[in-house]
Design a protein around this ligand. Structure first.
Ligand code: DC
Length: 203
């Protein structure tokens, strides 16, 4: 059995939490594709050209402990604009999506470009303010010193860059189910996501 669940959406909408919960519930493998771009971005901050950083990405790069910082998030969004960077990361993501036993991938272009044939496509979104509040909490809980306004500005800048790029822009696939978590709790969103996958498994 190979079933692919594609979860896309803007920064801090809750897609990672939903993806992890769905993967755990069904025993599927999970790939946070943002980590690939973050790892490439982190390497460019060390001076490596973006294309080279993507083409020579090593599994060890994905376990660096600086990948969740705001600087790396912005660098990730910048390298994600470059078609050669996206191309270098494509095969790995597609192979992961079709692995036996089921897979959940979360990102920006999973339902549109990486897995247009995914059996389940979700687009998880929320207002920029709510997303910035969630990201602010997450960062401060980790002990990072950030200002809420700065987090909001970062989220808005990243959304804009991710939506306006020419190659694989952030947008819902035509056949995606939209989950707006502005007022929907993450638990309710997880339940809705699990229900969609159950339906696909029965089909
Ligand atoms: O999901 P995230 O916040 O970790 O993603 C970081 C950046 O990586 C995001 O701003 C844009 C880019 N990205 C992308 O272009 N395509 C994906 N499938 C995942 C992330």
């Amino acid at each position: 059995m190979s079933l692919t669940v594609a979860i896309d959406g803007p920064a801090a909408a809750g897609k990672g939490t939903i993806a992890r919960a769905v993967a755990e519930h069904f025993g599927f493998a999970h790939l946070d594709t943002g980590l690939l771009y973050r790892a490439v971005g982190a390497r460019t901050l060390e001076g490596l050209p973006a294309r080279e950083a993507a083409e020579t990405l090593d599994p060890a790069d994905l376990t660096r402990d600086d990948l969740r910082t705001p600087d790396v998030a912005q660098a990730a969004s910048k390298v994600a604009v470059i078609p050669e960077v996206r191309a270098a990361l494509l095969d790995f993501q597609r192979a992961f999506a079709r692995r036996a036993g089921g897979a959940v991938l979360d990102g920006r272009d999973i339902g549109t470009v990486i897995c247009p044939d995914a059996e389940v496509k979700l687009f998880v979104t929320a207002s920029a303010e709510v997303r910035a509040d969630r990201r602010f909490l997450e960062l401060t809980e980790k002990g990072m010193k950030v200002a809420r306004q700065e987090v909001l500005a970062d989220v808005v800048a990243r959304d804009q860059r991710d939506m306006e790029r020419a190659d694989a822009p952030l947008k819902p696939a035509d056949d995606a189910v939209v989950l707006d978590t502005t007022s929907l709790s993450i638990n309710a969103a997880v339940e809705a996501a699990i229900a969609r996958v159950d339906t696909a498994l029965r089909a």
